[in-house]
Design a protein around this ligand. Structure first.
Ligand SMILES: [Zn+2]
Length: 361
């Protein structure tokens, strides 16, 4: 044997020519395209099996080489390799063409581009998305990095690492949905732990996302809601930095003349902790019958504090070298206050008329 049998070469050429003819037929847009594509793919598999598999023609030819004269062996070996490369190249090209056609079929739809368009029917962002985007851009301006978060969490990242051990009474406030191997996170504070574990200080980060609790639905509670978590860790971060940061945030988001007020509070993951209120932007502290501040002149908007040294230790950050502040706010609450939405359930009912009230077209 000095050359590859003409019979083998003809067989390969005939098979490929036959497949190529079928590929040509794919250009006609008819309804049997899917079936044709399946047939072509099957035939390509057969060519691979017959020529390129372990027991295929190419392997058989290569196995016979050692029996031949060195001179013939070299020449035939080259021919076999060229044949192998040609087959692989043809199969690759045909596969690409067929897969392209397959994608076109999958993603094509009957869109009538000439249809009359009314801006009233255009899609727009949900008010919760708008609030989240606005908050993110304010904190991005203040140098905070934005991190995505995970909603299915383990108990360690949601509770223990945040200084809420198993027997801690605070767990009652954060009861949630449990299932095998995980829970739905009760707050975005889990991301404090995850971000601190993946990034050494200094860190300035925010994370926004959905949280879950076992609350029954009423005008101000929902079993699913959104939170924004923010924190900053560096050397010599103090409570003053926290106040300054939140003050700038409030002025940028709610208005330049808004005042802030801090009242001591308690959270297991911050020490000391505070609730921050802002002066009523609705009545400017002038209406005793104000619906928003209920006449108090102040609106509570978020919880905050200095990150508990125990939390820093839990993620391997030395509390003698670093300190940090953290804050968290409910997106729905901010949206309800800013846009005077009376009932939290309105966000999730998907009434078109409600959604049309906000957002650019
Ligand atoms: Zn008011």
């Amino acid at each position: 044997m000095k050359a590859i049998d003409q019979e083998i070469l003809d067989k390969y050429k005939n098979l490929i020519t036959e497949i190529k003819k079928e590929v040509e037929l794919l250009k006609e847009n008819n309804q049997e395209l899917k079936e044709k594509i399946i047939q072509i793919k099957k035939k390509l598999e057969l060519v691979k099996l017959e020529f390129l598999s372990k027991k295929g023609i190419i392997s058989k030819l290569l196995n016979e080489l050692p029996k031949l004269d060195p001179q013939v062996r070299k020449q035939l070996g080259t021919e076999i390799n060229i044949l192998k490369q040609n087959i692989e190249k043809e199969i690759k090209e045909i596969t690409q063409t067929v897969e392209k056609k397959e994608r076109e079929l999958k993603y094509s739809c009957n869109v009538d581009l000439s249809i009359n368009f009314s801006p009233d029917n255009a899609g727009r962002f949900h008010i919760l998305t708008i609030v989240q985007q606005d908050l993110m851009s304010v904190f991005a301006e203040l140098g905070f990095e934005i991190f995505d978060g995970i909603e299915i969490e383990d108990e360690y990242h949601n509770f223990e690492a945040l200084n809420i051990p198993k027997d801690h009474p605070a767990r009652d406030m954060w009861d949630t949905f449990y299932f095998n191997g995980g829970i739905l996170r009760t707050h975005t504070s889990n991301m404090q732990i995850r971000i601190m574990k993946q990034k050494p200080p200094p860190i300035k980060a925010i994370s926004i996302g959905k949280c879950y609790r076992r609350d029954n639905m009423d005008a101000t509670h929902s079993f699913q809601f959104h939170q924004l978590e923010g924190f900053c860790i560096d050397k010599q971060v103090t409570f003053i930095d926290l106040i300054k940061t939140l003050y700038i945030f409030v002025n940028k988001y709610f208005g330049e003349d808004i005042k802030v007020n801090f009242v001591p509070s308690y959270f297991p993951f911050t020490e000391p902790s505070a609730e921050m209120s802002i002066s009523c932007f609705y009545c400017s502290q002038k209406n005793e019958n104000c619906k928003i501040c209920k006449g108090s002149g102040w609106i509570e908007i978020l919880g905050c504090g200095m990150i508990n040294p125990i939390v820093l230790k839990n993620v391997g950050i030395d509390p003698d070298q670093f300190s940090g502040f953290a804050f968290g706010m409910g997106i729905e609450r901010i949206a309800m206050l800013k846009y005077q939405i009376p009932d939290i359930r309105m966000f999730y009912q998907n009434y078109i008329e409600f959604n049309k009230l906000w957002g650019e077209v």
